[in-house]
Design a protein around this ligand. Structure first.
Ligand SMILES: Nc1ncnc2c1ncn2[C@@H]1O[C@H](COP(=O)(O)OP(=O)(O)OP(=O)(O)O)[C@@H](O)[C@H]1O
Ligand SMILES: [Mg+2]
Length: 432
C-alpha cells in the first residue's frame, strides 16, 4: 500500500438549511490506488468529493493533500492538481473533442499545438479513434463522451483524479468497457483516484479500498472489497452489498490453488485402448483435445470404442492461475459433465477439475485468508505492511479475472459452437 495522498480528517458538512451531508468523516486516499465512495442516494458522496477540490467548504475538520492543508492552497492550483470527471461527462458543448481535452493544458498556458498533441495522445489512451477529434460532444455516444471526460481530466497529468458517478449514464455493456479501460489506464498511470458510485458492484470491481457511507454522511465501513464481502461491519453494509456475497467474493481468489487433474485428458488421435485407460470410477468421461492440446469436447470411452465418436461440448474454459475461483466454479457448474476445463494462456488444456475439487480449493483459500487476517491483526508482526489484507490475488491479476474472464468466456463459447454437438454449448452460453 502506498502513502496517503489525500487525508480527510474528521470532516463534517452542514448546509445552511441544517442538512448534515457529511458527519465526522475520516478517510485516507492512498497514492496509486482507487478508493471508492459508495452509498445510497443523498449519503454525502458528491459533497465529500467537492470538498476535496474546494467547490464546497467543510463546516469542520480538515483535508490534507500530500501533507498540506488544502485550505492554505490557492484554489486554482489545487483544482489543476485534480482531474474531475462527472456523470454525462460535463463537456463543453461548443468545443470539439480535441479542444475539450486540451482545456486545462491551454489554461496552463501551453502552446495550442502542444496542447492538441497531448490531447491526441490522450484520445488514444482512452480508446477514442483519432477521427473523432473534430466532432462536437453531441456527435458522440454517451460512452464516447465519458471517454472524452476522462481524457480531459487526465490532460495536465494531475496526481489526483476525482470521479463522480462517471459511468452511470451508460448501458451496462458500455459501462463494463469503461471500467476495464479505467483499470488499464490506472495500471499505466498510477493516480490517486477517488471514485464515487452508488453501484456496489462497480465499487467492488474498481476499488482497491471501498468506503461505504450511510445516509447522514457517516462512514459505515472502509475496507478492501474482498474484506467487505467476507466481513461486512453491520447489517446495513451486508444489506447494501446484496445477495451472493460468498460467490462474488470468490473473484478475489486465484484459481492457482486448484488441483487440476491432467489424467482424463487425451488427444483425439489416441487409440480406444489408451482412452479407456484414463477412465476411473470418479471420471467416466475423458476430455478430448486436438493434437495441439486445445479442447474439443467430452467423450465416453466405451461408446468411442464402439465407433460412436460423438463429443459433448466442453462449454467454457478458465485460464488456470489467471482467472479467479469464481470463474472456475462457474465453468464447473455450467459443464455438462460437472468438470471445469483449465487451460493455459494459449488455450491448451492443463487439466480438469471437479466441482468437489473447486470446493476444496475454496475452503483452502478461505482458511489461508483467515490465517493472513489473524497475522495482520497480531500486533508487532508488521504483516499488514506487506500488502492489503485479503488474498493478494489482485496482484496476480485476479481482479482482472472478472471482466477478463467474461471476455474470454465469449471467445470460448465461439469455439464450443464449432465443436460437434454445439447445441448444448449454445445452451450453456445462454444459461449464463
Ligand atoms: N446546497 C445544498 N443545500 C442543502 N442541502 C444540500 C445541498 N447540496 C446537497 N444537499 C443535501 O446533502 C445531502 C448529501 O448530498 P450529496 O449530493 O452529497 O449526496 P450524494 O451521496 O452525492 O447523492 P446521489 O447519490 O444522489 O448523487 C443530501 O441530503 C442533499 O439533499
Ligand atoms: Mg452525488
Amino acid at each position: 500500500m502506498f502513502g496517503a495522498l489525500i487525508v480527510i480528517e474528521d470532516v463534517s458538512k452542514r448546509y445552511p438549511d441544517g442538512t448534515v451531508a457529511v458527519d465526522r468523516l475520516s478517510l485516507e486516499v492512498p497514492d496509486r490506488s482507487i478508493t471508492v465512495l459508495v452509498g445510497p442516494s443523498g449519503c454525502g458522496k458528491t459533497t465529500t468529493l467537492r470538498m476535496i477540490n474546494r467547490m464546497i467548504e467543510p463546516s469542520s475538520g480538515r483535508i490534507l493533500l500530500d501533507g498540506a492543508d488544502i485550505q492554505q492552497q490557492p484554489v486554482n492550483a489545487l483544482r489543476r492538481s485534480m482531474g474531475y470527471v462527472i456523470q454525462n461527462a460535463g463537456l463543453f458543448q461548443h468545443r470539439t473533442v480535441i479542444d475539450n481535452i486540451a482545456t486545462v493544458p491551454r489554461l496552463l498556458g501551453w502552446h495550442r499545438q502542444r496542447a492538441r498533441a497531448r490531447a491526441a495522445e490522450l484520445m488514444e489512451r482512452v480508446g477514442l479513434d483519432a477521427s473523432m477529434a473534430k466532432r462536437y460532444p453531441y456527435q458522440l455516444s454517451g460512452g464516447q463522451q465519458q471517454r472524452v471526460g476522462v481524457a480531459r481530466a487526465l490532460a495536465a497529468d494531475p496526481p489526483v483524479l476525482l470521479m463522480d458517478e462517471p459511468f452511470s449514464a451508460v448501458d451496462p455493456v458500455v459501462r463494463r468497457g469503461l471500467q476495464e479501460e479505467l483499470l488499464r489506464i490506472q495500471e499505466e498511470l498510477g493516480k490517486a483516484i477517488l471514485f464515487v458510485t452508488h453501484d456496489i458492484d462497480e465499487a467492488i470491481r474498481l476499488g482497491d479500498q471501498v468506503a461505504v457511507l450511510r445516509t447522514g454522511g457517516r462512514l459505515a465501513q472502509f475496507a478492501p472489497p474482498d474484506e467487505l464481502l467476507s466481513s461486512p461491519a453491520d447489517p446495513f453494509v451486508a444489506d447494501f452489498l446484496g445477495a451472493d456475497r460468498g460467490i462474488r467474493g470468490l473473484s478475489f481468489f486465484t484459481s492457482a490453488g486448484l488441483n487440476l487433474d491432467p489424467a482424463p485428458v487425451v488427444a483425439v488421435d489416441a487409440t480406444a485402448k489408451q482412452m479407456a485407460k484414463r477412465v476411473t470410477p470418479d471420471v467416466p468421461y475423458v476430455l478430448v483435445t486436438d493434437v495441439d492440446g486445445k479442447p474439443l469436447g467430452w467423450a465416453e470411452p466405451a461408446r468411442w470404442a464402439e465407433g460412436g465418436k460423438t463429443l459433448t461440448p466442453y462449454g467454457q474454459t478458465f485460464e488456470f492461475g489467471r482467472d479467479s475461483l469464481r470463474v472456475a466454479l462457474d465453468c464447473a457448474v455450467l459443464s455438462p459433465t460437472g468438470w471445469a476445463v483449465g487451460v493455459d494462456r494459449t488455450g491448451s488444456v492443463v487439466g480438469v477439475a471437479s466441482q468437489e475439487s473447486v470446493a476444496t480449493a475454496i475452503r483452502a483459500a478461505h482458511a489461508e485468508r483467515a490465517v493472513r487476517a489473524r497475522d495482520a491483526a497480531a500486533p508487532g508482526t508488521g504483516a499488514r505492511g506487506t500488502g492489503a489484507p485479503g488474498t493478494g490475488a489482485r496482484g496476480t491479476g485476479a481482479r482482472g479475472a472478472g471482466p477478463a474472464g467474461a471476455a474470454r468466456r465469449g471467445g470460448a463459447g465461439g469455439e464450443a459452437g464449432g465443436a460437434p454437438g454445439s447445441a448444448a454449448g449454445a445452451g450453456a452460453e445462454a444459461a449464463q
